[in-house]
Design a protein around this ligand. Structure first.
Ligand code: WT7
Length: 635
């Protein structure tokens, strides 16, 4: 990135002011100076916040893979683009150079073409954290197909729902995957999902575990033989700035998952510029983001942001606890990692283990450490700062969302003084505002409000796949003219933002976004269940855990409660995935409801947090007596 690098606090304020006063000039210059285009734009941005319409770099033509790969070949062809660190530490790491990446992506893009995938078609990628996942995404981008990566921890039902929503034509998966001591039968899950997903014509299978799997003839093909026969060069399609690059599903507070759509040019500019500045990436640094690529963090900061900067990015297949709690630190030492980006839940789970697990490793290559996914509590912040950053690496607490495409509030390392639990200052181009329930802007400090953003930025999602109305309703209606994040936040005297958590019915468990509605739907499928409500409660390691209040149909009939609990959790696991299982299930005779029939979750949340008496105003309930009963029997 050749311009607008942020190297001092003074410069940050200067750049920030400019980005807000003259956003078109600002984002225009960044796009102008750092990328290759087939054709430049007519307008930097055109937008309508009411209709939620955004066009960045209007009419520009490009291919993001030219920017991620081709343009680095002349000077950096032999540089490592991706370091692959396998689950099993005994298995050798792989170092994939930019030249090799070019060949792999080209070959796979040719395979996709041969299989009839065309520009605009959707391809579902359901893979473990192996290099083919990166190749798959980039191969889609090369030919203008839209990738929809589904986290390989999701169940067959969740996979099928996502495939159906975007009508994917082809699935890339593997025979299986390794995660810690477990082997996961991915192909079996895909087979099951496809019994309910008629749009899929072809499944390409990567060999990873050598597990015995069924190959359905006429539908399933092993990938490697096709790659071996393919040309290793591939024409990069000409893509319009606003053509979709990918769909990524995120949970909503109600209804089915939302297919957030990101388009090409704006996402490219935003992830490249944020990556460079938020992580202070310098040539030859090794960057490691531990997030699974099934989440947006992996899309933006394992793949696109680093590759756009010609960086070396590390992909890790395993888990922080396998074979020991030292694994992260071992990998940092082994690959001399310079920037390390992880989630508070991982930090908390490692901080509870013996300190020797981290102390026995050389972490002095680290320059910047980062946190993302949920608020980082003070204790975890200090542990991370002291034992991993050795009190010398700036800790950047980065706030953003699937919807924002990239980091929107964060400290800039070596520039912004950090303050535990504060994400700190907005990134250039981002104008946060806090709104109260009456839709007034909160001007005073230290007051919690609804966190909104006033002006669009290039990385903002463009729509929900084939449901633009839902996009408008979810993000642009409650506070007209603004983007509403669904998070609460406060601002201190200096202007630092502290994110206080979700203000809607999304619960973040171990950094995973979970909507309550689909979990309740899964519970209600049990024949014994009349209705249910799920809320979050604070958990030492996961941040939040799930508490379900369940009303049974005919109470007397269901004596074996333990079995019922198991069956309910099994249903959740089947419908969504094991991450959504309930930590506590309380059987109740009714749920607190308002006259209009709405469950008053506020009260259930308090009960789940252990509150016994202070429930605020409960006079609007039709059944106030139930509150006492539920709280008396709470777990
Ligand atoms: C939600 C978005 C953005 C990548 C990972 C999650 C929470 C994210 C922080 C942070 C406090 C955070 C918010 C947000 N969140 N980062 N640094 N401090 N909360 O993406 O799955 O779309 O989740 O994660 O609640 O709304 P996502």
């Amino acid at each position: 990135m050749n311009n607008y690098s942020i190297n001092s606090l003074e410069q940050y304020f200067k750049i920030y002011r400019k980005s807000i006063r003259k956003p078109k000039k600002f984002w225009g210059e960044i796009a102008e100076n750092n990328f290759t285009w087939y054709q430049k734009w007519d307008k930097v941005v055109e937008f309508d916040m009411q209709k939620a319409e955004f066009e960045w770099y209007k009419n520009a033509k490009l291919n993001i893979t030219k920017n991620c790969i081709d343009r680095h070949l002349a000077n950096k062809g032999d540089k490592t683009a991706i370091i692959f660190e396998p689950n099993n530490p005994e298995e050798p790491s792989k170092y994939i150079t930019y030249n090799e990446l070019y060949k792999e992506v080209s070959a796979l893009s040719n395979v996709l073409r041969d299989q009839g995938v065309k520009k605009g078609d959707r391809v579902c990628i359901y893979l473990p954290m192996i290099p083919e996942l990166a190749y798959g995404m980039l191969a889609c981008a090369r030919i203008g197909a839209i990738h929809s990566v589904v986290f390989a921890g999701f169940s067959s039902n969740a996979l099928s729902t996502r495939i159906n929503d975007s009508e994917c034509k082809l699935v890339i998966t593997s025979d299986g995957g390794y995660r810690g001591a477990k082997t996961i039968n991915l192909k079996g899950i895909v087979d099951e999902a496809l019994t309910k997903s008629p749009s899929v014509e072809r499944v390409l299978v990567v060999k990873r575990t050598d597990a015995e799997i069924d190959m359905q003839s006429g539908r399933d093909l092993w990938l490697q033989p096709l790659i071996d026969e393919s040309e290793t060069t591939s024409k990069a399609e000409i893509i319009d700035a606003e053509d979709p690059l990918f769909i990524l599903y995120t949970s909503g507070s109600t209804g089915k998952p939302k297919g957030m759509v990101h388009t090409t040019a704006g996402y490219m500019v935003f992830t490249a510029y944020t990556f460079k500045n938020v992580f202070n990436y310098n040539t030859d640094d090794v960057f490691w983001c531990t997030a699974d690529i099934g989440w947006v963090t992996g899309h933006s900061y394992t793949i696109y942001g680093p590759l756009l900067n010609g960086a070396t990015t590390l992909m890790f297949e395993g888990t922080p606890s396998y074979p020991t709690y030292s694994r992260f630190w071992e990998v940092i030492q082994k690959h001399k990692v310079n920037q390390f980006y992880t989630a508070p839940t991982a930090i908390r789970s490692l901080a509870k283990e013996r300190i020797e697990f981290v102390q026995n490793f050389k972490l002095d290559t680290l320059k910047v450490i980062g946190s993302v996914g949920e608020p980082i509590n003070e204790e975890a912040w200090h542990w991370y700062n002291d034992h991993v950053g050795n009190k010398k690496c700036p800790l950047v607490d980065t706030w953003w969302q699937t919807e924002t495409g990239g980091i929107v509030i964060s400290a800039i390392p070596f520039v912004t003084p950090t303050k535990p639990t504060y994400a700190s200052l907005p990134f250039p181009g981002i104008k946060p505002v806090l709104m109260d329930e009456l839709r007034n802007e909160i001007e005073v400090n230290q007051k919690i409000g609804n966190l909104c953003i006033e002006y669009p930025w290039p990385g903002i999602a463009r729509t929900i796949w084939r449901d633009h109305q839902r996009y408008i309703d979810t993000y642009f209606t409650k506070f007209p003219g603004k983007y509403f994040s669904g998070d609460g936040a406060l601002r201190d005297e200096v202007g630092y933002y502290r994110i206080t958590g979700r203000v809607d019915d999304v619960i973040i468990v171990s950094g995973h976004n979970l909507g309550t509605a689909p979990i309740e739907d899964a519970i209600n499928e049990h024949q014994a269940v009349a209705e249910s409500a799920v809320v979050g409660f604070p958990h030492d390691i996961k941040g939040n855990a799930l508490y379900g209040f369940v009303v049974l149909k005919e109470v007397g009939l269901w004596r074996d409660r333990n079995n019922l609990i198991k069956e309910i959790n099994q249903l959740i696991s089947d419908q969504i995935g094991p991450i959504a299982k309930l930590a506590k299930i309380q059987f109740v005779t009714g749920l607190p409801k308002t006259r209009s029939g709405k469950i008053m979750r506020r009260i259930l949340r308090k009960i789940a947090e252990g509150e016994k008496s202070e429930f605020g105003d409960i006079t609007t309930l039709v059944n106030p007596e139930i509150v006492e009963e539920i709280s008396r029997e709470s777990l």
